[in-house]
Design a protein around this ligand. Sequence first.
Ligand SMILES: [Cu+2]
Length: 261
Amino acid sequence: MYQWWVFVHIAGVFGLLVSHGVSMAVTFRLRAERDPARAVTLLEISSSTITAFYVSLAVLLLGGIVAAFDGGLWGYGWIWASLGTLAAVTVAMYALARPYYHRIRLVALALAEGSRAVTPEQFEKLLKAPQPLSIAGIGFAGLAVILYLMLFKPTLGMAPAVPGQTTGGGPEVALEASELSFGVRRLTAPADERLTLRFSNDSSVAHNVSIYRRDGEPLFTGEVFTGPRVIEYAIPALAAGSYQFVCDVHPQQMTGTLVAR
Ligand SMILES: [Cu+2]
């Protein structure tokens, strides 16, 4: 079911982009508008998409939160960082946009009705204010950060505890990732001893290394990162037997057998 909930989540993202894209277009179009009546119309077009925006946001959250429970992801830093970024961006955009557009609407309505309390110059100054650029900038930056977190899933120092993961030492096993290959198909390591897995990613392609039992149960999951960079992992003692090591990003090409004996 996990992938279906991710599907719902991404469907919500598309809905959000479509509905909020209208407001984004109005945001930029308004800056060039000087006719108060047309400015009011533009603002009405933007407001008419607000319901669709909130429905999309609800679908996005529902899909994401259920998927996180389904996939057992609450122990990872990236999911909390994504939620935090979404909350911060939503609050910041709302706090900036609401008073600004409220004010434009009031001034535009007053001008359209022939009020002399405001001048076209004041209206123009308001339309040229930097707020729309800040609002759009925060939105795009927030989306970029969340997209990064979704795709690269950095642990950010928070990943589910694997027994023995935090204690180093023990015999060392070395593994190198270059372009789309581990170079070796087979690794050997002493059984029943804590190991140090020295994993180097020599390429600018994102890789990780994970160790699975033959029945598919994950024993160790390393973070995905781009090279050149070396990370030493402490691996809990493995019972004698054969295991699979794999890059979760490229499981077809990058996999091999780890024999503990
Ligand atoms: Cu890989």
